[in-house]
Design a protein around this ligand. Sequence first.
Ligand code: ATP
Ligand code: MG
Ligand code: MG
Length: 580
Amino acid sequence: VAPSTSNFLRQAIDADLRNNKFAGKRWQRPPATAQSLLEAPPDGARIRTRFPPEPNGFLHIGHAKSIWLNFGLAKEYDGICHLRFDDTNPEKEEQAYVDAIIDAVHWLGYDWNVDGQSHLFFASDYFDVMFEFACKLIEAGHAYVDEQSPEQMRESRGTLTSPGRNSPWRDRPAAESLERFTQMRAGQHPNGSLALRARIDMQSPNMNMRDPVIYRIRHAPHHRTADKWCIYPMYAWAHPIEDALEGITHSICTLEFEDQRPFYDWTLETLADIGCLSRPLPRQYEFARLNVSYVVTSKRKLLQLVKEGHVSGWDDPRMPTLAGLRRRGYTPQALKLFCERTGVSKSNSRIDYSLLDQALRDSQDPVAPRAVAILDPVKLVITNWPEHEEILCTAPRHPHIPEAGQREFPFAREVWIEREDFEEVPPKKYFRLFPGNMVRLKYAYVVKCTGCVKDEQGNVTEVHAEYLPDTRSGTPGADSVKVKGTVTWVSARHATPVKLQLYDRLFREAYPDAGDADFLEHLNPDSVRTVQGWLEPGTDLKAGIWQFERLGYFAYDSIDSTPENPVINRVTTLRDTWAT
Ligand code: ATP
Ligand code: MG
Ligand code: MG
């Protein structure tokens, strides 16, 4: 499923291509120096997008939207999408997150290898170039080393309603700033003592243009550059440079970055003016982030759920991470369909989680093989069926795909049925088993309920019925007796025992992090229920997503399962049964 046909991003790309904007655009990968960048060969007129995660956590459903959009647009326009790790924040980043992100993007079905070339990048590979650019910026009078304390800087920055004040270090000679900047790099100053700032306009109505910090001191090892650096570029400055070095044409980000765009453009234009970058320059476009109900998608909060043990890990099947969704059984197709249906817009909105379930159903219903499972079993004894006799019943593997053929499973004297399919005293409009009533055991016989057996506490331990010999499914007599209820079953002697995990929402509030209360207060204490059930014999659980008749879509949990004890997750029910 490609990004939807009419959105503002497509219109922008169409216009750029019409104007031949990127013909002869130069780029290099990865650029060793600013000089080699300028000498790099032309690269044709392809559009280039990028997905730029920070490796400080696992990807979540919101990232799926960005991946789908960036990789999807590139594919659609025969362009290239880069996977770029925005690893400029050493304290929070880890190689393990890099690996998990690569895994998730691959799983979604996207590839950064195009025409035999990899387009996997790390911002940290550009640290040398960024440092060189910063020096040139200082030399040209566009940046200075500020020696105010962070508090002084914050205070003199002003507010939305009051202008900022110039730093006393703002007009120092370039040579002096350069010397200080070199000392910063050499590790001669502690964290927070000095900072490199862009020299723009302390009176700007846009706070982001009031001499933003572009380099800060951080004595912290980096997961890729180790101890090489103790100064790191700020995201807002690093990002446009990363885009430009990679020849990104359309830099797509979420709406919060809209008022960063003037600084994005300032950085690129200024660096192009002093010969560090070549035109045409990348352009930033903003779209509304995906907000999904009943989950949280802030990485900080997801990390908190993991660290504090509210879930079993980043890949807990209740988590909105791609690893969690995958383990639960949501498919790449369902996620892409969900992204497509939720659209690309310029205004923020909230999307109900049930749309994801509907996308899973709509993509699986036409393909998922069918089987019978019993989640809450009670035994049904067919008292007039001979003790040792068994017959084979047949059913379609898929009701709309005759070519898929038939499956076979035995019918015998004792079968498991759902406990809720029997009522000693039936409520109104109850058509399933109760004494005196007849139902069809699906794919088998019509049976007439004759009663039940109870234990001392009054719990039903067995339901009894008699079968009607002429009514076997698929025989001429099948319709001779009309019944209103159909009940699924599995032969007790043949069924496979299975552990099933049934999920509810992780939070009870639609927007757990919207109010004043701590989001953890809204955790649903009953978000997972584990039951021991029975499965139609011969069901190959690892083959993919199954539709268990009447119950929903289920997936094999490869992490919780052992060869002897399979565990299956319910991805979603057949209909939206969540109370609203
Ligand atoms: P978080 O705020 O959860 O930490 P982030 O946006 O900081 O997430 P990044 O790793 O920087 O995480 O995100 C990589 C890309 O994914 C960015 O381009 C970002 O705009 C995009 N993205 C993140 N969350 C969403 C979302 N909810 N909807 C759409 N795009 C998103
Ligand atoms: Mg980010
Ligand atoms: Mg963030």
